[in-house]
Design a protein around this ligand. Structure first.
Ligand code: GDP
Ligand code: MN
Length: 396
């Protein structure tokens, strides 16, 4: 589950990570009140107004702006709230902005220039260990850095038995070219960041940029925080931070019904039981010349109700030109599923896309008969290849 920047910063701060301070606002008036409060607390006269949406690159899209007085706070907040923010990480339509973070300006002039760094904490799947990934090239798109100057990205692996060791935190600060107060600040920052990552059961932290202020403080200016969904049951406070407006509505609906659904760009809807079979089915669709319109795992209990719910979800996507149902009857019997499909079809009235059903496993032959004799516009298949050929034929 992804958090907004302001929520991510709350999580970081609760574990002692130093952050750029800010207050979230839903209206321009709230933004002005927030700015006044920040001035009282921090003494800052300038503020940054930052769109809160689940997408990066907001600065490039005009979603992060500096306000030098309260009038500017109000007019900038007024511009950003309600805007459709388009960034390199959103779709072409962009994302609607419902709220802004009013934050203290931390790029103030001083003895030295502010410096931006990149720090993330994430799982290295190759080694099965968490790692700190960091770079002197902060504030930039890290994918670009990885492509053009990969030698400027460093990794520090964390041994799960010991956690991040003090020498590792010092090594990171050293490799970032820091010294003096900033060096000490960075070792504290990284240590707290890793602690926050582990304690919050996160699957990713990306802090870009981490800033060295002109008076050598180290702070998180941005925060991309993803909490591991599987751990949310023990973090009710984080679960309460979920913002459904930021998520795909069809996926939210599917989740409420206990279906694993991921929206994709293709033209063949698929309904499958089991994640592995779902992946194999998506490959099959590609081989047949189609593109999967979704990933959908209906799980072990493919009864009529679930099958109908799944059909409805798939049919919400106007790009769907055919539906492939691929179910293995292990625990659930194929004839039960077939009956579920027939019932669902009848309940829904007309379905205007061809449906190919492959049922394999217990009572597959009875299931095939049920479908073939139903009088409905549904084609049955038992073998994988047979199903693929039928998909290919309807797409042609
Ligand atoms: P992103 O574009 O979505 O990654 O949003 P960030 O939070 O990273 O902000 C984008 C950019 O805004 C940063 O890289 C900074 O250059 C700028 N920025 C953020 N906070 C401040 C601030 O306090 N003062 C000034 N002058 N610029 C800021
Ligand atoms: Mn950023």
């Amino acid at each position: 589950m992804n958090l907004h920047e302001y929520q991510g910063k709350e999580v970081l701060s609760s574990f002692g990570v130093t952050i750029q301070r800010g207050i979230v606002a839903q209206t321009p008036d709230e933004a002005v009140a927030a700015a006044k409060k920040l001035t009282e607390e921090t003494g800052t006269g300038w503020h940054v107004i930052k769109a809160q949406v689940h997408a990066g690159g907001r600065g490039k899209g005009g979603g992060v702006k500096l306000a030098k007085n309260l009038d500017e706070v109000k007019s900038i907040a007024n511009d950003i709230i309600g805007m459709n923010l388009i960034t390199p990480q959103t779709s072409a339509e962009g994302k609607k902005v419902h709220q802004v973070l009013v934050a203290e300006d931390v790029y103030y002039p001083g003895d030295s220039e502010p410096e931006e760094y990149y720090i993330s904490v994430l799982l290295n799947r190759a080694t099965g260990k968490n790692m700190v990934m960091y770079s002197t090239e902060g504030g930039m798109d890290i994918e670009t850095v990885a492509e053009e100057t990969p030698h400027l990205i460093f990794h520090e692996e964390i041994d799960p038995a010991t956690g991040l060791l003090p020498f590792q935190a010092r090594k990171i600060a050293f490799n970032l070219g820091l010294s003096g107060q900033a060096f000490k600040g960075m070792t504290r920052f990284v240590t707290a960041l890793v602690k926050a990552y582990e304690s919050s059961d996160s699957s990713m932290f990306e802090i870009n940029p981490v800033l060295k202020t002109s008076d050598d403080k180290i702070i998180a200016v941005d925060a991309k925080v993803s909490i591991d969904d599987n751990a949310l049951f023990r973090h009710k406070d984080y679960l309460a931070m979920r913002d459904l407006r930021e998520e795909n509505p069809v996926e939210v609906e599917a989740q409420a019904m206990g279906l694993n659904y991921v929206d994709l760009d293709g033209n063949v809807g698929c309904m499958v039981n089991g994640a592995g079979l779902a992946m194999a089915t998506m490959d099959l669709i590609k081989q047949a010349g189609g593109e999967p319109a979704n990933f959908l795992d209906v799980g072990g209990t493919a009864d009529a109700e679930r099958v109908e719910a799944a059909f409805k979800l798939i049919l919400k996507d106007p790009a769907v030109k055919a539906i492939l149902v691929n179910i293995f009857g292990g625990i659930v019997r194929c004839d039960r599923v077939a009956q579920g499909i027939v019932d669902a079809y009848k309940n829904m009235g007309t379905i205007n896309v061809p449906i190919i059903v492959r049922l394999q496993g217990t009572n597959a032959d009875i299931a095939k008969e049920l479908i073939d004799n139903s009088g409905l516009d549904v084609q049955s298949a038992i073998e994988f290849q047979e199903a693929a050929d039928k998909v290919q034929a309807v797409l042609a």
